[in-house]
Design a protein around this ligand. Structure first.
Ligand code: GLN
Length: 487
């Protein structure tokens, strides 16, 4: 059963081949057996999950089931879930039990999905390896000596290790797509504003976007159908008519124009990843697609621009963790300023502190124009590059990550190398565009490679169509990490 997709599990639940309680129990048992090895989950609460499963079985019995009803979904520990410990991978929130649900969690609950546990992640979603978590690093099920990517590494590894059929994550600069690529699964970052940020712990608010992780494009569409929707509590949530993201899955790709950005293939992509991506593009040609070369001339600036803007926003968002209202407070201090200092010194890890320092610096008087304002202007140019490219093509393709999974600790002491892991994903967030990653083969050492598909604003349904048609003629998404039994 662990190899089930949302689609197949939902069909089995509908046919009464099994109950949600049985499915949930099955995944909980697997998590218990394997979580020490992968550290995918920070919190598992069998009673809460099983209570949701029982309620889902009742919904089904009452004839009120939707596709996700009774399906276990893992939730990145950045989403506030009522009554659940919600840590964001940080000591700062290590005692925070959320009094409310994020909008996405409300919607999953209303659809009858079962929260199977809260997944491990880089602290405050800052990282590309899931090593900066206060709860220890997540390991990659394909090779536990390597990282699963990040920051949604716990969600990605949980899906890859068949500990959940699907998961939710967030992507500020690549945190859904890059871990999906490194663990051989699929992940989608929607157009900015499609999924509400309410109750999603803020990192860089103008870039953060929630999205699904699963193995198939079809499952991503089913998840997005539930996750997307307007929410007045997030001022950047878009008011648009609801969409059925499965509606284009079966459309033919004949005549689809695929843009291949020159800069995606010139700049430091590892030969094994380049080969897998090239073969995937060849497969699309066989499906009737045309390819055109496009250019994103300012792409090379996306990492430096991001590392001004994201820390600037983070330094402001993280000012709220002061030991007063909620979260960690230093046990001993002399007076109020000392309490703030000790709380923040003890509550945050090194990467978070680095970001707060950079962000405070670039926003400070005298540097604001030189860094922050300049970065904002460049952000606009990067978005314009994409608009021009989409004049010539329907979707853009390239690698998701420049390499396959790297070794644990390999980049931990070298922030710049770590930041470069997102060289192909960050520009998409800066432009607010939708992007996804699907597995497209294996590189050296049998580690998965990901194909990135970038669409124009609100073209998620078409992107999912592109990914689905590819998955109909390939089986990379069905491959199982070594040692994981799927019978
Ligand atoms: N790796 C990038 C960072 O560290 C992106 C993280 C994310 O998307 N949350 O900021």
């Amino acid at each position: 059963m662990q190899n089930a997709t949302i689609k197949s599990l939902s069909a089995d639940l509908a046919a009464k081949k099994l109950s949600s309680v049985e499915a949930t129990r099955h995944f909980l048992i697997r998590i218990k057996a394997l979580n020490q090895k992968y550290r995918c989950f920070i919190t598992v609460d069998e009673d809460k999950s099983l209570a949701q499963a029982r309620a889902a079985d009742q919904l089904r019995a009452a004839g009120r089931a939707q596709p996700l009803t009774g399906v276990p979904v893992a939730q990145k520990d950045i989403f506030c879930a009522k009554g659940w410990l919600t840590t964001c991978g940080s000591r700062m929130l290590s005692n925070f039990v959320s009094p409310y649900d994020a909008h996405v969690v409300e919607r999953l609950n209303a659809a009858g999905a079962v929260n199977i546990g809260k997944t491990n992640m880089d602290e405050f979603a800052m990282g590309s390896s899931s090593e900066t978590s206060y709860y220890g690093p997540v390991t990659n099920p394909w090779d536990t000596q390597t990282v699963p990517g990040g920051s949604s590494g716990g969600s990605a590894a949980a899906v890859a290790a068949r500990l959940a059929p699907a998961a939710i994550g967030t992507d500020t600069g690549g945190s859904i797509r890059q871990p999906a690529a490194l663990t051989g699964i699929a992940g989608l970052k929607p157009t900015y504003g499609v999924v509400s940020r309410y109750g999603m712990i803020a990192f860089a608010s103008s870039l953060d976007q929630g999205g699904p992780l699963a193995r198939t494009a079809e499952d991503l569409a089913l998840m997005l159908n539930v996750m997307a929707g307007h929410d007045a509590r997030d001022s950047t949530s878009l008011e648009r008519p609801p969409e059925d993201y499965t509606r284009e899955l079966t459309r033919s790709l004949s005549g689809l124009r695929i843009g291949l950005p020159r800069e995606f293939f010139a700049r430091g992509v590892a030969p094994d990843v380049e080969k897998a991506v090239g073969e995937a593009v060849g497969q699309f040609r066989k499906l009737g697609c045309e390819t055109v070369e496009v250019s994103l001339p300012n792409m090379g600036l996306s990492v430096p621009v991001y590392y001004v803007l994201a820390p600037a926003e983070a330094s402001s968002n993280l000012a709220r963790y002061d030991g007063v209202r909620y979260g960690y407070r230093a046990p001993e201090y002399a007076d109020l300023p000392d309490m703030y200092k000790k709380t923040r010194a003890q509550g945050f890890g090194a990467e978070v502190k680095r970001r707060i320092l950079i962000g405070t610096y670039v926003l400070s008087h005298g540097y604001y124009d030189a860094y922050y304002l300049r970065a904002q202007k460049l952000r606009r140019l990067i978005a314009r590059d994409f608009s021009e490219a989409f004049g010539k093509c329907d979707v853009i393709m390239g690698p998701t990550s420049p390499t396959t999974a790297f070794r644990l600790g390999e980049k931990a002491d070298d922030p710049v190398q770590m930041y470069l892991s997102d060289i192909y994903t960050i520009a998409v967030n800066l432009a607010g565009l939708p992007g996804m990653s699907i597995p497209c083969g294996f590189g050296n050492g049998g580690l998965p490679a990901g194909l990135q598909i970038i669409g124009n604003y609100f073209s998620e349904a078409r992107m999912l169509n592109v990914a689905h048609q590819y998955q109909l003629v390939t089986d990379w998404h069905d491959r199982v990490p070594p040692g994981i039994d799927v019978d």
